[in-house]
Design a protein around this ligand. Structure first.
Ligand code: PXG
Length: 463
């Protein structure tokens, strides 16, 4: 292989010298050094020292069909030979972009029949923000421009998508544009103890109504939500929350935007979280699983209400990217969706691996450090606590969960701690045996963690 002529240390040094990683503390990385990942096959990845890991995070919740699938690789090569790229700007189109649009419309909620292509989830959310404001301007209500998001939401890293998201440290780094408002997210484990799920769902939805009334319904353009928070730490809303927020959006004529960058393409056991939770969004943002991460592609599915206005009123939408509708990425997406369909992965997650995964998680719930497990399909959040009997949090909050990542790796499993919540989102092709392995690795890592906490030997944490 082209990259085989250097030692791990040499790659790590060059990495520190020249590569600024995303979401990384550079000073810390220079000391700890990055693991050099070299290969993937199925649900496993290997580092440059030959260690094999089961990927409990599917890359970054994107490698739905697993690594090294020839169908996707061949589709990319074939399209590159035929027509690697052409733009869609000046009255030109291309076959893969059109065929993918047809396919997406086939699997999308029924009232969504148009798609706008971008390259990432961040761009999908930026595009959705521009679309809702453009829609209201075309409808003669340009003052309807405020967009409401939720605390803990992650919608991306561009200035607009970060301003929409609910991550205060991101806002603090010059990503806090005017025109956005935020409401708390349902997080019953912390803020709804003692309430029934139903009552908490109604309460959490009322926060949206309060905010719309505070801002003024005549100024609110849209409400954005993820069905399940991904990067915000596997947080789930009560089932009735979705019907309630839908009702509130209709009542005040506020558009509903569903960010399915993590939930889309089978992750929840249906094609989209909108199906699982009975949502009828005006716009649906996607990325990640549409190509299983083989090449970057995202987009926005546009519901009939917005599409009709865009098309009937006309006028140029001054928005787009060089690679919107890139023939090669669209060809890979089509091959990916073909694999998902041929192997019945959505149904398999719904009927088989999702429930099996939930049982594996439930088997961990007796562990002292596990405060709660929750999941849908192959997406889970596991709350780590000091003691499940009292639900006392781990100390110091926000720091200690990181240690769990290393303990998982020691047992051959990639996990993603978000504060003290573990996020798990394995490839959709995961087998029962691999889920069993995950369960064993998680229990071993939890036991190690408990030992370190009891003995005050958690690295980097003073006792
Ligand atoms: N929306 C959601 C719901 C996401 O999870 C994005 C938008 C942005 O997508 P792009 O393709 O622009 O990255 C995401 C991305 C994490 C993590 O720490 C998760 C994401 C991105 C970075 C880190 O788990 N998800």
């Amino acid at each position: 292989m082209r990259f085989d002529n250097r030692t791990t240390e040499s790659w790590q040094q060059a990495d520190i010298d020249h590569y600024l990683h995303p979401f990384t503390d550079y000073k810390g990385l220079a000391v700890e050094k990055a693991r050099v990942m070299v290969r993937g096959q199925g649900c496993h990845v290997w580092d440059s020292d030959g260690n094999r890991y089961l990927d409990g995070l599917a890359g970054l919740a994107c490698v739905h069909v697993g690594y090294a699938r020839p169908e996707l690789i061949d589709a990319a090569a074939a399209q590159m030979r035929e027509l690697v790229f052409f733009n869609s700007f000046f009255k030109a189109t291309n076959k893969p972009a059109v065929a993918l649009a047809e396919k997406l419309v086939e699997i999308a909620p029924r009232h969504m029949r148009h798609v706008f292509y971008v390259n990432s989830g961040s761009e999908a959310n930026d595009t959705a923000i521009r679309l809702v404001r453009h829609y209201w301007a075309l409808e003669g209500k340009p003052e309807k421009s405020v967009v409401i998001g939720r605390e803990f939401a992650y919608h991306g890293s561009t200035i607009a998508s970060a301003s929409l998201g609910g991550m205060p440290p991101m806002h603090a780094q010059a990503a806090d544009l005017p025109g956005f408002a935020h409401i708390p997210t349902p997080y019953q484990f912390l803020t709804g103890r003692g309430l029934s799920e139903e009552a908490y769902g109604v309460l959490a939805a009322s926060w949206l109504e309060d905010k719309i009334r505070e801002v003024g319904p005549e100024r609110v353009a849209a409400f954005f939500l993820e069905c399940v928070h991904g990067a915000g730490g596997g947080k789930f809303a009560p089932r009735n929350y979705f019907a309630e927020v839908q009702r509130i959006c209709s009542k005040y004529d506020v558009l509903l935007v569903d960010d399915e960058v993590v939930c889309g393409f089978g992750r929840t056991g249906d094609w989209f979280g909108a199906h699982t939770y009975g949502l009828r969004p005006d716009l649906l943002c996607f990325a990640k699983g549409v190509t299983s991460g083989y090449v970057p592609l995202g987009g926005v599915l546009v519901g009939d209400r917005i599409a009709r206005t865009l098309i009937d009123k006309g006028g140029e939408f001054y928005h787009g990217f060089t690679y919107s509708g890139h023939p090669t990425t669209c060809a890979v997406a089509l091959a990916n969706l073909e694999v998902i369909e041929r192997e019945g992965l959505v149904r398999r997650v719904h009927d088989d691996t999702g429930p099996y995964f939930a049982r594996m998680l439930a088997s961990l719930a007796d562990h002292t450090l596990v405060g709660e497990v929750r999941s849908v399909g192959l997406l889970a959040g596991v709350e780590l606590v000091r003691d499940r009997a009292t639900l006392e949090p781990l100390q110091p909050e926000g720091l200690i969960g990181e240690r769990f990542r290393d303990l998982g790796l020691r047992h051959g499993l990639i996990t993603r701690p978000v504060g003290e919540t573990l996020l798990l989102a394995p490839p959709l092709v995961i087998t029962h045996a691999e889920i069993d392995f995950m369960g064993q690795a998680l229990r071993r890592a939890l036991d190690d963690f408990q030992g370190e906490i009891e003995h005050g030997t958690v690295p980097g944490i003073p006792h």
